[in-house]
Ligand binder design. Structure first.
Ligand code: PA5
Length: 339
């Protein structure tokens, strides 16, 4: 028997988590000097990085200065006193994140942190930079609402979010609650029937490379961490300049690859056409091909509509694989070996 209860409860409570994070951060105050900020650098790994990567992609065309996601110890040369480095670590103890924050501060960057505690929180408290303490006790990827919403608030404070997204947090909350009712229900369930089609295949996720890039990544990471299933993905237009040719010599894998295409109405028009052609070119070689369009009005709600589908699909795939979705034994082992 496998313990699915833990992840099930996180997924079921996700809209509540979002609402809690929204309410708790409504009046939040920051001491960052917004006028000094000329670049933003988010740093984080794995389940703690995805929230930052989502906000980076969400702001890709509204932020007037460069905004980068970093998943490493090393900093780009341009990080300086005009940079705001935002360390995201659920445990607060991830070495890559701590190192990058230290190095950026040594170059005079302003810093802030989103964490449930650990060394990152101690550092912020001791060195006097802003931090948002989020509730602990969850697995990092299940705490996406707690991780993401504070980052949205920081971006609102920095005035880099489109004005027409002012109600986006509320709309997303509503959409998450509605979708959850359907996805947690075992009858007529889109995520469950998708998981059944993906079972015993390698899922490949394709999308545009702008706002859907981290959504695409979330799908793969959730397949890997929840369902313990290797997943692959790429983005357009780049894959139409190389990877599409690679499909020519995989005849031996025909019927073993499932493709998931993620699309949004804001995708570039030429990318939309490219996606359709890719679909025609590869569909005969796939075990199944699925196209999902974002739902909702605001960009934020649309991004999270597909995140939620990924989270539930990977959960059901874990059950079909007879795997407990919550533990990540190999990550824990690796961290112990490095200690
Ligand atoms: O999902 C996980 O457990 C991992 O991907 C972690 O998020 C990752 O190892 C980083 O740890 P933390 O989120 O505590 O910074």
């Amino acid at each position: 028997s496998i313990d699915t209860q833990n992840m099930w409860s996180f997924l079921e409570a996700f809209p509540k988590q979002w609402e809690e994070a929204r309410a708790q951060t409504e009046e939040i105050e920051f001491t960052i000097d917004a006028d000094r900020v000329r670049t933003i650098c988010f740093v984080g790994m794995g389940g703690s990085a995805i929230g930052a990567d989502l906000i980076r992609a969400y702001c890709y065309d509204s932020c007037p200065y460069p905004i980068q996601m970093l998943r490493h110890y090393e900093l780009p040369r341009w990080v300086d006193e005009h940079t705001l480095i935002i360390g995201c670590s659920y445990s607060g103890n991830t070495e890559e994140t701590l190192t990058a924050v230290d190095r950026a501060r040594a170059r005079g960057a302003q810093a802030m942190a989103v964490t449930s505690g650990g060394a990152l929180m101690l550092k912020a408290a001791k060195e006097g930079f802003d931090y948002i303490k989020i509730p602990g006790g969850l697995t990092p990827r299940a705490a996406l609402g707690y991780n993401f919403v504070p980052l949205f608030r920081i971006c609102q404070y920095l005035d880099i979010i489109n004005e027409d997204e002012a109600e986006a947090l509320e709309e997303t909350n509503q959409l998450l609650a509605e979708q959850n009712g359907l996805l947690a229900n075992s009858e007529d369930n889109e995520a469950l029937s998708l998981a059944e089609k993906l079972d015993d295949t390698l899922p490949i996720v394709y999308s545009d490379s702008t706002m859907l890039e981290p959504v695409n990544l979330r799908w793969r990471e959730q397949f890997e961490e929840n369902a313990k299933t290797l997943a692959y993905g790429n983005t357009l237009p780049e894959m139409t300049h190389n990877e599409i040719v690679g499909w020519e010599r995989i005849v031996h894998l025909t019927g073993r690859l499932s493709v998931i295409m993620l699309v949004d109405r804001e995708d570039n028009e030429r990318v939309k056409q490219r996606m359709k052609i890719v679909e025609e070119l590869i569909k005969d070689q796939t075990a199944s091909l699925h196209l999902f369009e974002t739902r909702g009005k605001s960009r934020l709600a649309r991004m999270f509509s597909l995140i939620q589908l990924a989270d539930w699909t990977s959960f059901y795939l874990a059950i079909l694989n007879s795997t407990d979705p919550t533990p990540v034994a190999k990550i824990d082992l690796l961290k112990r070996k490095l200690a």
